[in-house]
Design a protein around this ligand. Structure first.
Ligand code: APR
Length: 392
């Protein structure tokens, strides 16, 4: 039952289960048949709006951007034999992707809402970001087909590695080693690498798509087997909805397939509108932000741009005067010491007066030691965060 034929069904062929081949007909089907066994299958595309790149989108996908890690080929970052030789590229990536930095998307919240309404049979996800559970989907409803960052262990002796130490190690971009000194093997999160077997939970649940009364496939290229075969296990008469930028995996080849070839968040909002759940969906998503420090909304500008500029120049001028005054006192003291003949070495630096015409505004840093003065409060974006060098 692998990949089915990918010829789109003839538009003239009527659906066998739905009233029409559109999301409104799927909403009507859910309500009229009281659909409660929905199987959802997701990939990286449902997390891209959270800021996590997917894998294969040209330009933005991870595989297009891993070149900087000098990999022999992009997927090597998830290849177990390459990892044994050089774990650094993976841990560089793990530093970026580690759970806790990102907020679930509306698409994640839609799945949580399906569950809250008692209609979710199972979510199969290929993602390792754990955003499904952060959005409220209970762990027992999720099959992490490619594992996740939730747990980790030594790849040689399988000894578990403590969660808190893992989080700390990844944040420091270090490579964790087995806690058993006699082993000292490499530690890897329980993410399924190429060349590794999928979790037992995947095989235990792979019969569920055939029991589903609706399948929803979102944000995946359906490139990687055996996950990519799941949609083909759904019964022929069971409606399948694809919400994805592009048509994938033979979806659209059946009379009851419905394609929303668009952004996942837009697609689930359209689905929620058809179901009359839009307000509940937005509330569900709003809850994923509760407790997070509200990003300071930029105050509505009260002053005009000119007034703002004047204020900034005034602030800068004051700062320069302050530093000049300090330097003035310093140079007075040095001059007094020189006159006393106590410190011949130091010479007063020639400090341009703040009124001295200058084709280049002299920032305070050039008149006082940089460490005693910064412009970070004026130009925070100039603050230079030295990237930590990853260390083995
Ligand atoms: N809205 C809709 N579709 C999107 C969005 C979005 N915001 N962002 C990306 N997509 C689509 C892309 O067009 C693509 O079809 O989602 C799909 C993402 O495909 P991949 O990048 O291949 O990700 P995925 O299918 O999850 O990859 C499967 O490959 O390397 C392995 O283990 C890795 O689990 C991963 C597996």
């Amino acid at each position: 039952m692998g990949n089915e034929n990918s010829t789109p069904v003839d538009e003239a062929t009527p659906p066998t289960t739905l009233y029409g081949r559109n999301i409104e007909a799927v909403a009507q089907y859910i309500k009229e048949k009281d659909v409660k066994k929905i199987v959802v299958m997701t990939g990286a595309g449902i997390s891209t709006s959270a800021g996590i790149p997917d894998f294969r989108s040209p330009d933005t996908g991870l595989y297009a951007n891993l070149a900087r890690l000098n990999l022999p080929y992009a997927e090597a970052v998830f290849d177990i034999s390459y990892f044994r030789k050089n774990p650094l590229p993976f841990y560089t990536l793990a530093h970026e992707l580690y759970p806790g930095k990102y907020r679930p998307t509306v698409s994640h919240s839609f799945i949580s809402l399906l569950n809250k309404k008692g209609r979710l049979l199972k979510l199969f996800t290929q993602n390792i970001d754990c955003l499904e559970q952060e959005a409220g989907v209970p762990g027992d409803k999720i099959v992490y087909a490619h594992g996740s960052f939730a747990t980790q262990r030594c790849i040689d002796c399988q000894t578990e590695y403590p969660d808190d130490r893992m989080k700390d190690t990844v944040q420091k971009m270090e490579v964790p080693r087995c806690i058993r000194k006699t082993c000292n093997g490499l530690v890897k999160p329980d993410i399924v690498f190429f060349g590794e077997a999928l979790p037992e939970a995947f095989h235990r649940n792979r019969s569920l798509p055939a029991k589903a009364d609706l399948a929803i496939i979102m944000g995946t290229s359906l490139t990687v087997q055996p996950f990519a075969s799941l949609p083909s296990f759904v019964r022929e008469e069971t409606p399948r909805v694809l919400i994805n930028f592009e048509r994938v995996g033979g979806l659209g080849s059946r009379p009851d397939d419905v394609l929303l070839l668009q952004d996942c968040d837009e697609g689930v909002r359209k689905f929620a509108d058809a179901l009359g759940w839009r307000e509940e969906l937005e509330q569900e998503w709003a809850r994923t932000n509760a407790g997070k420090v509200e990003k300071k909304r930029p105050e509505a500008p009260t002053n005009s741009r000119q007034e703002e500029l004047d204020q900034e120049v005034e602030k800068l001028t004051k700062d320069i005067d302050t530093s000049l005054k300090l330097s003035g006192e310093t140079s007075d003291r040095i001059r007094a010491e020189i006159e006393k003949g106590t410190s011949p070495s130091s010479r007063p630096t020639s400090i341009p007066s703040s009124t001295e015409p200058s084709d280049v505004l002299t920032t305070p840093q050039t008149t006082t030691s940089a460490s005693s003065f910064t412009l970070n409060h004026v130009y925070p974006h100039l603050k230079e965060d030295k990237p930590e060098k990853p260390s083995l």
